[in-house]
Design a protein around this ligand. Structure first.
Ligand code: HEM
Length: 88
């Protein structure tokens, strides 16, 4: 993924909320999961529920044990620096 220097805020995160441009926030980091969507074992629509927002609660609800950090290493956009309550 293209890394954003200085981090990503909620305004930027929320712009990427489609199947063709899908960013998610997970545990303080923003990931571009557009290319991962097709490979998500839970399916595209499920993963899209977290698109452009904080996917952490959904992620924990379904599979808190999944090692997303290693899986999404190549998908890091940058640290989240915004307000998560604004993109619920
Ligand atoms: C399954 C990864 C986000 C819903 C899985 C599995 C992996 C995975 C590896 C298989 C788990 C297993 O079989 O033990 C990821 C990653 C995510 C992500 C890397 C990063 C964003 C989400 C989100 C949701 C979700 C946001 C829900 C809104 C599900 C569901 C399954 C699943 C329902 C179960 C599929 C099944 O066994 O039938 N995911 N997931 N995932 N995921 Fe995700």
């Amino acid at each position: 993924a293209k890394r954003v220097s200085g981090g990503v805020d909620h305004v930027e995160l929320m712009k990427h909320n489609t199947k063709d441009d899908c960013w998610v926030h997970l545990f303080g980091i923003v990931y571009d999961v557009t290319k991962y969507l097709d490979f998500h074992p839970g399916g595209i629509p499920e993963l899209l529920r977290g698109a452009g927002r904080d996917a952490t609660p959904l992620f924990n609800q379904y599979h808190a044990w999944v090692n997303y950090e290693s899986m999404l290493k190549a998908c890091v956009v940058g640290p989240f620096i915004g307000d998560l309550t604004k993109c619920e």
